[in-house]
Design a binder for this molecule. Structure first.
Ligand code: ZN
Length: 183
């Protein structure tokens, strides 16, 4: 068993530069193609409109996690998905309870970044839609924590059982010292 998780505090501190990097690269890519900035397009929206949009998208983000984990783990009866809000960090979360093969943890972990972020960003950038591109970019940046967990799974064979930690950010890998999966 190997615990690769990090504390919520450490995850929050490390995800900030990832988020800023993602926003900067996306903004630069869009500007190079179309001339206008997408980050500016987002911050031109009145805050009172932007906040509800982001709240709804945050809930959708967690729902995409949950639905993907549920759909892919349908035959793992001992697994279920728990929803909640971490009040200390004001972060809503969806969390798979129980062990899952690494690939299911990874697919469900990255699904929101792909479906709500990278996919729409590519579409919006090809179609010159700065506002959609900007919001999509925020969704990619907001997936920084999910990228950190994906990073922890690098080098782990995709059938190895892993367990998502509810109290920290990351996974416990159920393998022995020789990296053989354990029950
Ligand atoms: Zn997420």
């Amino acid at each position: 068993m190997e615990d690769r998780s990090v504390s919520m505090l450490r995850a929050n501190v490390s995800s900030a530069p990832i988020a800023i990097f993602v926003a900067a690269v996306g903004d630069w890519a869009y500007k190079t193609l179309w001339g206008g900035g997408v980050v500016k397009a987002v911050f031109d929206i009145p805050v009172l409109q932007l906040i509800p949009i982001l709240l709804v998208l945050t809930v959708v983000h967690e729902a995409v996690h949950a639905l993907t984990w549920k759909a892919l783990s349908a035959h793992h009866r001992e697994t279920h998905v728990r929803f909640g809000i971490n009040w200390r960090y004001l972060a809503p979360y969806a969390h798979p309870v129980g062990r899952l093969p690494a690939w299911i943890n990874l697919a469900g972990g990255l699904a929101p970044a792909l479906l709500l972020g990278i996919g729409p960003f590519v579409w919006a950038t090809s179609n010159s839609e700065p506002l959609v591109a900007g919001i999509a970019l925020l969704m990619v940046a907001g997936s920084a924590g999910d990228f950190m967990i994906a990073w922890q799974l690098i080098g782990v064979p995709m059938r190895t059982p892993v367990e998502d930690r509810p109290d920290r950010v990351g996974v416990i890998i159920h393998w022995d010292a020789t990296h053989r999966a354990t029950r």
